[in-house]
Design a protein around this ligand. Structure first.
Ligand SMILES: [Mn+2]
Length: 355
């Protein structure tokens, strides 16, 4: 187990329960978020179960759509012991209708996710594994939890840990200090995740991880795009200094819509991360990226230490401008908010006024 603490102890019985449920089922659908964390989690369970009947679909974004729920019901309707697993997505309020469709169909539903909870979803899933339910946070990533479950299902430890490392790296968990090769793998999976529309995607991910030449070619393409983003970011950034509890904080404000396109690599969130990493400041530093409907925030450790962590910023803004914030959450290093269209400037100004 990569992480060992009281939270993971509380997770163990739930993980065992999930593994049992999986063993009992005759046909499984697994759906996963199309980023490195979601992909590695689904892949671990998939590899553990092979050649058991398992259908896999990747989900663009974090919302489970009613159309997908209906397709899942159709695919499983004549099964003796069907099961649906959703991982690294589907716990936001926009997914409620789809979750309720599954609930009403009577097909067992397992949700494994680490996104901050927007609402109580316990009643809508037969088993819900989330660190937030037991006093943890997003650093216990969905992919890592799935890898632990995959071990219980017989996946060998070496493979499970390789995938775990990619999952924790992809979502910047504090529980693992990544090596270069983990970073490269997570970027490659993120890249393919955004562009793949073909079936049997999990098998393709596994083949790419095992094919040095293919892996390197995709990696170099993805790296070029990340470097390009970091290079042009300056043109679309402004720098502010604010005083907060007697310390100066450097804040960079980045126009995300100018540097990334929707549905292309990198996503707005990964682009924010790439630009943040480029700065590498050792005094309090915060990066705010904004688009039409989204704000992403990264805070370095020095900013977190003086009380200007991303999660606190989001919490305060939600209080001050509740009308403009549709949802938001995250952890001290990285958070995001969904906002009313074209309200970003007002919100950024409000952040600059926080003290
Ligand atoms: Mn994740």
């Amino acid at each position: 187990m990569f992480i060992q603490d009281p939270i993971t102890e509380k997770m163990k019985p739930i993980m065992a329960q999930i593994a049992d449920e999986i063993k009992k089922s005759s046909k499984i659908i697994i759906r996963y978020h199309n980023d490195a964390d979601g992909i590695t989690g689904a892949l671990a369970i998939y590899l553990a179960l092979k050649p058991k009947r398992i259908l896999n679909y990747q989900n663009r974004g974090v919302t489970y759509e009613p159309s997908d729920a209906l397709s899942d019901i159709r695919n499983l309707q004549y099964e003796e012991a069907p099961l649906i697993i959703l991982t690294d997505f589907s716990t936001n309020s926009e997914s409620r209708e789809a979750r309720q469709l599954i609930k009403k169909s009577g097909i067992p539903l397992i949700i494994i996710d680490h996104h901050p909870i927007e609402e109580q979803i316990k009643k809508e899933a037969d088993i819900y594994l989330s660190p937030w339910e037991i006093g943890g946070d997003s650093f216990y990533t969905a992919g890592w939890m799935c890898c632990e479950i995959a071990k219980l299902l017989g996946l060998n430890t070496e493979k499970a840990e390789e995938l775990s490392k990619i999952a924790l790296t992809g979502d910047k968990s504090i529980h693992y200090d990544p090596e270069e090769k983990d970073k490269e793998k997570s970027i490659v999976l993120d890249y393919i995740g955004i562009y793949s529309k073909f079936p049997n995607t999990l098998e393709f991910y596994e083949s790419v991880l095992n094919d040095r030449i293919l892996f390197t070619s995709i990696s170099s393409q993805a790296m070029e795009k990340l470097e390009e983003i970091a290079r042009v970011a300056d043109k679309f950034s402004s720098i502010k200094k604010i005083n907060f509890s007697n310390r100066e904080i450097k804040i960079v404000i980045l126009q995300l819509d100018k540097i990334v396109k929707t549905f292309s690599f990198p996503s707005k969130s990964k682009a924010t991360g790439a630009v943040f990493d480029k700065y590498n400041e050792d005094t309090p530093f915060v990066l705010i990226g904004y688009g039409q409907k989204l704000i992403t925030i990264r805070s370095n450790l020095q900013a977190q230490e003086i009380g200007f962590g991303s999660d606190i910023i989001v919490k305060k803004i939600k209080e001050n401008l509740s009308d403009l914030i549709l949802s938001g959450g995250g952890h001290p290093g990285a958070s995001a908010m969904k906002i009313q269209s074209n309200s970003a400037k007002i919100i950024v100004n409000e952040i600059l006024k926080l003290s």
